[in-house]
Design a protein around this ligand. Structure first.
Ligand SMILES: [Zn+2]
Length: 1012
């Protein structure tokens, strides 16, 4: 949470932390050494900041404000509310100040400032009121009149933690916990303070011990806006010394999904069960224990948890001991971590879980669930075991812990979290029932593959700072697809990976996008890094790199070298490229660092235009930027590994030739007999291609004659590219439609799904503008193009994932458009299902379409809601919920939104899903948008500002608007949010998207009437 008033009241401090021009990068030196620059207001702030300000001085605050001076911890009213160490605020004797008081105060401040300057230049002095160094040994709690000794978002690097010893006692009766944390630290640079993180912890006692000395109590100062605490010393701690800080505290278990949070579920006997789990990434370990909560500060951890005998506990390491405590509680003690790790990877859980286990290369792999779902853990156990073996081999580094637990948590916001040795999941991403479809298994296997890859990428080698989050997430995403293609080829993960790359391009084409590796200076910016650029673009550029390197082992060699070289350490993007460059084949041009720098340090991607004269082909690149206004201009250039093939050889990898385009334009030759060229073999490159009128025409003709002249990935890539070019205004909608003329002959999953998705998007835009005539024509067009294929789909059990993906996309569209045969079939299946009391199964990939059709009738909606209440199998439950949320009945929509917010019938973790589904319908979108505006404060209490959930909520509510009045509304609401969200990138993205929709409509509506 951000305290608004602190932003308003302390601009100097906030600016120092936020303003990147004032402080372009995090200083590499310990800011100890740069803090006292005798410059401008910074000196005043720091000079006064180091003084103890007494009551008289506080009374003069308002006068000081008249002078534009700023006190750091000055607002006593605020502090008494916000700090557990606040003393009573003194009576405000000079507010408003009389003229006399003002004069006196001004004089006083001038004197203080002058004295401060004098003291500052006295060697060896600190800014105590007494003037010269004095041992500071207060035993009372910190008070607010001491000023916080640190003014940056990131911690100083003068102190580094070595180990944490942590004892926690959760109390489920009061939903609170007490904690005892011992931090061993080493002094890296001389310093007079220790600054670390703490959020919402009520510290009751703090002691400090230097070297072999005695421990003594110390003051703790707190600065809530940055969730930092500090201990100040009158004498310097010297580089090379070790010291120990011990903190006792109490806190409430968090009621959000972050920190050490409480969660509950209803067991099969209808009893409410409580549990507590952790989610620390990115900034929430500090809610469970005071710590240096940045990925760079790796340390070892030893955890002890006190619990009632009826619960069990889990943590990253195996349990080594359980002791009965005098109060009847049990204390579980876990082994000290044998690896150094970042705070965000620590985890512990208290609850009732049962497990199934397997031993894989001396590592115990276990899958935990609540007892009634134990039968659903087999698939995950088997998959995790296979993948663990694969990664052990692939990385040539063995998983370093003795055990690996995968736990399904009933109440969990993210998909899963890679805590080292204790991976936590949503139940839907871990548990697989006996009746589940291969598509559901695909989800579970993907998430497990992703989280397991993190045990190396992220846990063993960690990004130094959140600006390079992609090193974790891009890699884990890439490895998830790559490993599944090798380990579980039957899951056909390729279609999903291709679609993911298309969506990553769609987002990266917007002006609101950002570089893969990008500066991060606030908590919200940290949250916002968890987006499609870090994950999906990150994975896409790794695929592109791998595909463009000669031989299939060079990429692997490079990443093994990187993992070995930086094992246990932190890295930035340059380290990865350097490792990959080092294993390069000599004299290869361009080198990896040169090429990949252009993809990670600037946003967006190139549009490559092809023109051909006889045997000469010219490629030109420019930034593919969807501009919502004419002012944005980009001169970005990339080193593009362009692949191309032609009509004589176009299907096998050997057909693809490589041309590196590293300047604005480049040429190569092809035989004059070549009829057509297709660039970007299987769309492994992250760029879009415009073939020009002739090039598009030749490809269109080739596909009309025979769809098999290109791979299905290449056909999907043509469809994606031509729709993108139409958004850019490069091709007319008529050209789009004329490429799609070949669709009745198309039967493969990727091209069909891509075409349907693009056409559905346009359908939704027309529908939301109430263009009824065009909506009908669009519907007829879709049914004409895909009708035969829709007709051919079966409604019975299907084993091939690819066929499931194809038929679910086709039937969802058909039923959504009200195609008669589809809705009849869906109704019949639903009736059989209800009549049989759930014993007749609906194939998993068809559940959503069946439930969505059922939700159209008020009676069946009620039946569905009942089914939802009692469903135990989570994947099915989620599809029922999507069915419920697809209703157009306004009463039901309002009920769903409000139930999702309150979390009783519908868990709040599902609210983003409810909102995005509701928004598909016309009334749903309008209600959801109202709901978001009305309940914004509650939403950001549940989901942090900038988090993925908030990004998703904003996007789904606004991305289908295309009128000026909606743009005005959205703009006015989002900008009114100020520090509650108006600065978010997703806000910019929402506005960009509406403007682009508006432009696209203006440009294309007239031609729709003509061409559809
Ligand atoms: Zn991840």
């Amino acid at each position: 949470m951000i305290e608004n008033s602190m932003f308003e009241e302390e601009p100097d401090i906030v600016d120092l932390a936020k303003d990147s021009t004032a402080y372009p990068t995090f200083p590499s030196l310990d800011p100890d050494e740069v803090v006292y620059e005798p410059r401008s207001s910074r000196l005043l702030v720091r000079g006064l900041g180091e003084n103890d300000v007494d009551d008289d001085e506080e009374d003069c605050e308002s006068s000081a404000r008249l002078l534009g001076m700023s006190f750091m911890n000055r607002s006593s009213a605020q502090r008494s509310n916000s700090s557990p160490y606040a003393r009573q605020a003194p009576p405000r004797s000079c507010s408003p100040p009389s003229a006399r008081t003002t004069v006196v105060c001004v004089l006083f401040l001038v004197i203080v400032a002058s004295m401060t300057m004098v003291l500052y230049f006295l060697p060896g002095c600190t800014f105590t009121k007494k003037g010269c160094p004095k041992p500071e040994n207060k035993t009372s709690n910190g008070t607010d009149d001491e000023l916080f000794p640190w003014a940056e978002f990131r911690l100083p690097r003068s102190i580094s933690p070595l180990s944490y010893d942590l004892t926690l006692s959760p109390d489920f009766n009061n939903m609170a916990f007490t904690g005892h944390t011992v931090i061993n630290m080493s002094v890296l640079h001389n310093t007079k303070r220790i600054v670390l993180h703490s959020a919402n912890l009520n510290i009751t006692k703090a002691t400090f011990k230097l070297g072999d000395g005695d421990a003594s109590e110390v003051n703790i100062l707190e600065y809530k806006p940055r969730q930092q605490i500090a201990v100040k010393f009158s004498e310097e701690l010297k580089a090379g010394q070790n010291c120990v800080l011990t903190l006792d505290y109490t806190a409430d278990l968090s009621h959000t999904y972050s920190g050490f949070y409480n969660s509950s579920y209803t067991d099969e006997d209808g009893n409410k069960r409580v549990l507590a789990a952790t989610q620390f990434e990115p900034l929430y370990a500090r809610m469970a224990f005071p710590c240096f909560d940045e990925p760079l500060f790796k340390a070892t951890f030893k955890v002890k948890i006190n619990r009632k005998p009826e619960y069990m506990t889990l943590s990253n390491m195996p349990k080594v001991k359980t002791t009965l405590l005098p109060n009847g509680f049990m204390q579980d003690e876990f082994a000290k971590t044998n690896v150094k790790m970042s705070t965000y990877l620590l985890a512990f859980i208290v609850g009732n879980f049962t497990s199934t286990s397997k031993n894989i290369s001396d590592i115990v792999v276990s899958v935990y669930s609540v007892p009634e779902k134990r039968d659903h853990t087999d698939y995950a156990l088997d998959t995790a075991s296979k993948l663990l073996e694969f990664y052990n081999d692939f990385f040539e580094i063995k998983y370093p812990l003795q055990k690996l637990d995968l736990v399904g948590i009933p109440d969990f916001l993210a998909g899963a979290m890679e805590n080292w040795g204790l991976i936590t999941f949503r139940e839907t991403t871990l548990l697989v029932g006996r009746q589940s479809s291969p598509m559901e298994k695909q989800v579970v296997a993907s998430v497990i593959a992703h989280e397991l890859a993190h045990q190396w990428f992220g846990n063993l080698v960690t990004m130094s700072w959140w600006s390079d989050l992609w090193l974790n997430e891009g890699f884990a995403t890439y490895m998830q697809y790559m490993s599944l293609q090798k380990v579980l080829p039957q899951l056909d993960i390729g279609n999903l990976f291709l679609a993911m790359r298309f969506r990553a391009m769609d987002k990266d084409a917007l002006n609101s996008s950002h570089a893969v590796s990008t500066e991060v200076n606030t908590a919200e910016q940290v949250e916002e890094m968890f987006d499609s650029v870090s994950y999906e673009k990150g994975a896409s550029i790794l695929l592109m790199l791998n595909a463009s390197l000669p031989g299939d082992q060079q990429f692997r060699k490079g990443i093994i070298q990187y993992l070995k070289q930086f094992s246990g350490l932190n890295t930035d993007t340059g380290d990865l490229w350097n490792s990959l460059t080092e294993v390069e084949v000599p004299n290869q041009h361009p080198n990896v660092s040169e090429m990949m720098g252009s993809w990670t340090y600037q946003k967006g991607f190139p549009l490559v235009t092809v023109s051909r004269k006889g045997d000469q082909v010219t490629l030109t690149q420019e930034h593919f930027l969807l501009k919502s206004d004419d002012t944005s201009h980009s001169s970005s250039m990339w080193t593009v590994p362009v692949t191309y093939m032609n009509d004589s050889c176009s299907l096998s990898p050997e057909c693809a030739q490589l041309f590196t385009l590293s300047t604005k334009s480049g040429t190569f030759k092809v035989p004059e007999s070549v009829k057509w060229l297709k660039l970007n073999y299987k769309n492994t490159g992250f760029y879009i291609v415009d073939y020009g009128d002739d090039g598009w025409g030749a490809l269109r003709d080739a596909l009309s004659n025979n769809v098999k002249v290109l791979t299905q990935e290449d056909r999907a890539s043509l469809i994606h590219n031509i729709f993108s070019l139409s958004k850019l205004g490069r091709v007319s909608f008529r050209q789009v439609l004329s490429l799609l003329n070949y669709m009745p002959n198309e039967t493969e999953t990727s091209p069909v799904r891509e075409a349907l998705l693009q056409l559905n998007n346009i359908y939704h835009l027309l529908y939301k503008r109430y263009e009824q005539g065009l909506v009908t024509r669009m519907k007829l067009y879709i049914l004409k193009q895909f009708g035969a294929l829709m007709e051919n789909q079966t409604w019975t059990k299907e084993e091939s994932v690819s066929k499931q993906e194809l038929r679910s996309a086709l039937l969802e569209t058909a039923c959504y458009l009200g195609e008669e045969k589809c809705t009849q079939q869906a109704k019949t299946l639903f009736k059989q299902y209800v009549d049989s009391n759930g014993t007749t199964q609906i194939p998993g990939d068809l559940q959503q379409v069946v439930f969505s059709v059922a939700a159209r009738s008020i009676d069946d909606w009620g039946t569905l809601l009942n089914m939802y209440r009692y469903a135990t199998y989570d994947s099915e439950k989620q599809k029922i919920l999507q069915g419920l949320a697809s209703t157009q009945d306004t009463g039901s929509i309002i009920w769903l939104l409000s139930a999702g917010l309150h979390g009783n019938v519908i868990p709040t973790q599902e609210l983003p899903l409810v909102i995005s589904t509701v928004c598909r319908s016309f009334p749903g979108n309008l209600f959801a948008w109202d709901f978001i505006q009305e309940n914004w404060n509650q939403l950001i209490e549940k989901f942090p500002v900038g988090s993925f959930a908030i990004q998703r909520i904003i996007k789904s509510a606004t991305s289908q608007f295309s009128t000026q009045s909606h743009l005005n509304q959205v703009q006015s609401f989002l900008s009114s949010l100020k520090e509650r969200g108006s600065q978010l990138r997703s806000v910019q993205e929402a506005l960009d998207t509406i403007r682009l929709n508006q432009r696209w409509m203006e440009r294309n509506l007239p031609s729709f009437h003509k061409w559809l």
